[in-house]
Design a protein around this ligand. Structure first.
Ligand code: HPA
Length: 261
């Protein structure tokens, strides 16, 4: 079983994979640059969500091509990283959240592989958008190396690329959001359609607008990400060492209700 890693902001290289190879995958949605390699016997596929030099903004990421490419190359479990702002005072920059729900405030993104006609119609179930079994494996792997993370949290996905107003942040918090970012939707939804196990390890890089006393900047977020980089990588490497071949969740059957015509 291959494991996919989707590196978000500040996470552009897998690092220490052996037999590393650059591959351009062809998909119906366009080409995708990925790296394949091996970590302690485990085949790994790495993809930088925003491109290797952060040239693709969140609203223009080719989410369908990325997920298609991972599935096509044989990935079954995907670990995504994400930089997020915190909506809660007691969730501090530097802390790590294994999110378990999302609130979708995106506006203009293709969210499905199934567009009717030849591809059929799918109303995919997202009761557990982030794979509970993979999340459990990540928690156990983090525990093994004594890294503390918050197990559970609601990710508010905005359209971006601008940051939020303090009024929006107040609204998101009152709706039950814990962290805010710009990329988890539709990535998680497409992963579900593609019957992949998918989990997001979110690193809190900043307090969200209005909670933070200063204006937000991408530089600040990348700097916070760089600082926590080592810890995130240690979690991922621990998962790669311990991840099981089995999939006791229902992710592999997510598309069973597909109506093809
Ligand atoms: N808002 C949106 N996206 C983000 C933030 C934020 O505060 N921090 C990191 N990604």
């Amino acid at each position: 079983m291959k494991v996919g890693i989707i590196g978000g902001t500040g996470f552009y290289e897998a690092g220490i994979l052996s037999e590393e190879m650059d591959v351009t995958a062809t998909t119906p949605y366009g080409p995708v640059n990925i790296k394949t390699g091996v970590y302690q016997g485990r085949e790994v596929v790495f993809l930088a969500r925003h491109g290797a030099r952060h040239t693709v903004p969140p609203h223009l990421v080719n989410y369908r091509a990325n997920i298609w490419a991972l599935r096509e190359i044989g990935v079954e479990k995907v670990i995504a990283t994400a930089a997020v702002g915190s909506l809660q005072k007691d969730l501090k920059p530097g802390e790590i959240v294994l999110v378990d729900q999302f609130l979708d405030f995106t506006k203009s993104r293709a969210q499905t592989f199934f567009e009717g006609n030849g591809t059929g119609v799918l109303h995919v179930d997202v009761t557990n958008p982030y794979c509970p079994s993979l999340r459990e494996e990540i928690c156990r792997s983090a525990g093994r190396i004594q890294v503390v993370l918050h197990n559970g949290g609601t990710y508010v996905c905005t359209e971006g690329p601008r940051y939020e107003t303090p009024a929006e942040i107040r609204m998101f918090r009152s709706l039950g959001g814990d962290v805010v970012g710009m990329t988890s939707v539709p990535e998680v939804v497409l992963a579900r359609e593609a019957a992949l196990c998918y989990a997001t390890i979110a690193l809190v890089t900043n307090y969200a607008a209005g909670i933070s006393s200063r204006p937000l900047s991408h530089q600040e977020i990348v700097a916070a990400m760089n600082e926590a980089q080592g810890e995130l990588r240690r979690i991922i490497f621990s998962v790669l060492e311990n991840v099981s071949e089995s999939r006791p969740c229902n992710c592999s059957q997510a598309a069973r209700e597909l109506n093809s015509i």
